[in-house]
Design a protein around this ligand. Sequence first.
Ligand code: DMJ
Length: 746
Amino acid sequence: MENLTNCDEGLQPAVCRACLFAKGAAPARIAGGEPLPAGRPAAQTRALGGLDAQEPAPQQLTAGGSEVWLLSGSAPDAWTDCQPAAAISGAMPVGGLLPLFSSPGGGGLGGGLGGGLGGGRKGSGPAAFRLTEKFVLLLVFSAFITLCFGAIFFLPDSSKLLSGVLFHSNPALQPPAEHKPGLGARAEDAAEGRVRHREEGVPGDPGAGLEDNLARIRENHERALREAKETLQKLPEEIQRDILLEKEKVAQDQLRDKDLFGGLPKVDFLPPIGVENREPADATIREKRSKIKEMMAHAWNNYKRYAWGLNELKPISKEGHSSSLFGNIKGATIVDALDTLFIMGMKTEFQEAKSWIKKYLDFNVNAEVSVFEVNIRFVGGLLSAYYLSGEEIFRKKAVELGVKLLPAFHSPSGIPWALLNMKSGIGRNWPWASGGSSILAEFGTLHLEFMHLAHLSGNPVFAEKVMNIRTVLNKLDKPEGLYPNYLNPSSGQWGQHHVSVGGLGDSFYEYLLKAWLMSDKTDLEAKKMYFDAVQAIETHLIRKSSGGLTYIAEWKGGLLEHKMGHLTCFAGGMFALGADGAPEARAQHYLELGAEIARTCHESYNRTYVKLGPEAFRFDGGVEAIATRQNEKYYILRPEVIETYMYMWRLTHDPKYRTWAWEAVEALESHCRVNGGYSGLRDVYIAHESYDDVQQSFFLAETLKYLYLIFSDDDLLPLEHWIFNTEAHPFPILRDQKKEVDVQEK
Ligand code: DMJ
């Protein structure tokens, strides 16, 4: 037994099992669980890896060794360590495989054969058989051996046995790690691992694992070949898109699986510039500004009282209002209002909002949302709140939501879908949009937010997504240099040739200009796209009425519709803001163009009964700046006209803009303020109330914020440092680190 000592002590269980197997221990299994003959000398029983094995005393067996040795040859060194001398010298313990023949107790068939062939048999000797008997026995024995080999090689299950014998101790061929729940694995994973293991084979059955491994390797190779072939057939743009998708998937997986808070890279939070909020020196202005703060408090407190946690307030019904734009994400007013509360110094309210966001803001909803609306209000609101306050919760939530929006880009062209199911990640477009197209103003109004998401998450996938939109746009021919409102995300081609600087087109142009400004004027491609687009707009869309009002018409396949939307009124501020980047000779022109649009929009307000403007106004049929259709006469607390006043005030300091802004404040107080907050109006041309009973979240985010800024000093959120997204959420200019330090020091 001393030769087995190494086997007992020094070898790995697997190797040891091979030793036992080769030396005759395994028969317990091979013989179908038959107990081994009792009373054998020097035999011992032990349990190993669930396999009870008997070790016979070493014997000098000489027959059939080579084949069997081959079978057990996976660990020759180990075997050598525990071989009896006779076995090492070339003898193979055939009896190891066939206990019947190796029973040392004598009397049996094995004893006879072993003795006969090897000459060392105890008990009845070879002489006990006659020649014919020996011959018959030899025949039977050969038939038996043939049968065994046949079984090993050809029966389906025996291949496991074979591989078990052949490869058992090769660690490289052990089942892959993913099937073995390791330390720290989650309980569910461990359970899953066990289940899978059970399905795939007997635990500890290495043959099954090996087969699986080989099958997997084969499968992987075949897949790799298939993919390589497919890739070779693809266009470069398709390959590019696939790479983006793959990167995004990886990013998503990483971000989803990690604790996002801990998972986000460290970002040095730079104290925001221009949030000191000094009181204006002029007492009248101070008073006006505090009136606007009071309006904000009225809107907020009523929302809090009647609709807390819901998206918006119904100020007449005094209950919550839910728009399908947000699916069942909640708290639109809270997130949209955050930065306005902050800059107005409404600290308690800001803290209330923050606590709600921490506890309840949840994006894991099974509902379809508008990607554009969720981006500009929720992502935008959270980003601004982070940049103003430095509170990590806002960064975390913004990135979390950004990740949830990424599947919207899963379209053949990479142009995002308008609507996205937040749970399934399935996108689609508005059913009314020209032939399944995406909308220019929607997919073109992601850039600022996504650039900041890339910055704050350290993940370039966000930037790549929006830069790809630009790549697609730049490859397309533009009719007369204009951008149609519709683009099909599947074909990557324009839909109907309708062009608008108002609804469906508006903030696409705004974001080109602001992308350039927000990049610290380094994004020259955006600048060029903006100025080229504005030039085409001036040539084809901008007109002057006979009464001298400049307006921006809509273009439908070459024909002009002489209508301007309330939404289009933001363009006055945009033209003025862009003057800075125009060639010197044109700068004044753009400032004047901004002023003209501001005047026209002011006229649209002034020509109503309530002194707030309609949704759209026309310059045909003998009217100017007046809505002629009933369904265009409403006002829903929109900000665009006041937004343009704000830019014009900041850029020109012409007092008329403060005057016009104050007119709007008075009109809001007279016609939209109700006990329960502020309501939109169904008709701005009539004297009696026509409330629509909705306090839009953008009233707090934009309308009141722009009003407040008009009556603040310019050093509150200075335009050299902040870019307002299209929902009036301020984002800092993204400067390189060194420049940022210089700016901060100044
Ligand atoms: C806001 O949500 C944004 O300003 C958007 O760009 C257009 N519409 C509303 C306000 O009118």
